[in-house]
Design a protein around this ligand. Structure first.
Ligand code: ATP
Ligand code: MG
Length: 277
């Protein structure tokens, strides 16, 4: 796995100011009910959450509690049955093109090289090609993919494929990045490496992140706050401020009392339900 330089600053003058008055994501008393011929499912009930500009929030909870549903609401791919979702103060009323979305599987096009998979984002948005190419180069360097730009997905490791997916999601500099179990398919060591890189990239870009994960350790290491959800119908059980310093060296963070106390507390909340992984 390539190691990455630590001194690359991609912070742009346009980077949103962290913690501004208008939340990056505002979720207000949201219910989601799915009605199919076979059953009615209440996926989310009375969910309210504000995510500050530049904040990193992780969502954990048992399978089927509505985590993916919550991300889809923010992306405008689903409409709440009641309540309202806002992005930077503006009501979400349809699919949003100004967000980034990373799925559990990298979902790359097999016939396109890494670079051309990243640039797909620019083509879909009709971004000026010179600007897109320059941004792609920055992201390729930032994620340690240099030298693999021309490789096809089957020639890349699982971790590298997820980096390509991350570059693609960040190409248009979205103010909000949604990640749905992005590292679930990776082995433990690669996952650890990706956690370290994601945290560094998040600090460099200033993007607001909403991450769904089944790993309590991943949630606590990465996030400012961890949202713990209850089993379906998904409600917010508790929001934990992890209380770790901004500078988080991986191994050292794992030994900190704040880390042990946050992970222990979350594990207790999830109780026998568990989250797997
Ligand atoms: N389009 C849909 N139509 C009907 N029911 C749905 C739909 N999408 C989700 N559901 C239901 O809503 C509930 C929440 O699903 P969701 O995918 O959000 O859970 P999750 O927390 O992401 O679970 P997992 O951890 O397994 O990914 C589930 O009971 C699911 O069956
Ligand atoms: Mg899900």
């Amino acid at each position: 796995m390539p190691t990455l330089p630590n001194d690359m600053s991609l912070r742009k003058p346009s980077t949103p100011v962290r913690g501004g008055a208008v939340p990056a994501v505002g979720i207000d008393a949201v219910d989601v009910r799915f009605r199919t011929k076979k059953r009615d499912v209440t996926a989310l009930a009375e969910v309210s959450l504000d995510v500050r500009m530049g904040e990193f929030v992780a969502l954990v909870g048992p399978s089927g509690c509505g985590k993916s549903t919550l991300l889809k609401l923010v992306a405008g791919l689903l409409t709440p049955s009641t309540g309202e979702v806002r992005l930077q103060g503006e009501r979400v009323s349809g699919p949003r093109h100004d967000i980034g979305y990373v799925f559990q599987r990298a979902a790359l096009l097999e016939w396109r090289s890494a670079r051309r998979n990243i640039l797909l984002q620019a083509e879909m948005r009709r971004m000026p090609s010179a600007q897109a190419a320059a941004r792609a180069d920055e992201l390729i360097a930032m994620t340690g993919l240099e030298g693999f730009e021309d490789a096809y997905p089957h020639e890349l490791s699982g971790g590298m494929q997820q980096r390509v997916a991350l570059c693609r999601a960040l190409l248009h500099e979205p103010p909000v990045l949604l990640m749905d179990e992005p590292f679930g398919a990776l082995d433990a060591l690669t996952r650890e490496q990706m956690n370290i890189e994601l945290r560094r990239i998040w600090r460099e870009t200033g993007t607001t992140v909403l991450l769904v994960t089944h790993s309590i350790a991943e949630a606590v290491y990465l996030a400012d706050r961890v949202v713990v959800m209850s089993p379906r119908p998904g409600t917010i059980r508790e929001i934990i401020d992890v209380g770790l310093p901004a500078e988080r060296e991986y191994a050292e963070t794992m030994t900190r009392p704040e880390f042990a106390s946050a992970t222990g507390h979350i594990r207790g909340l999830l109780g026998s339900v568990g989250v797997g992984g």
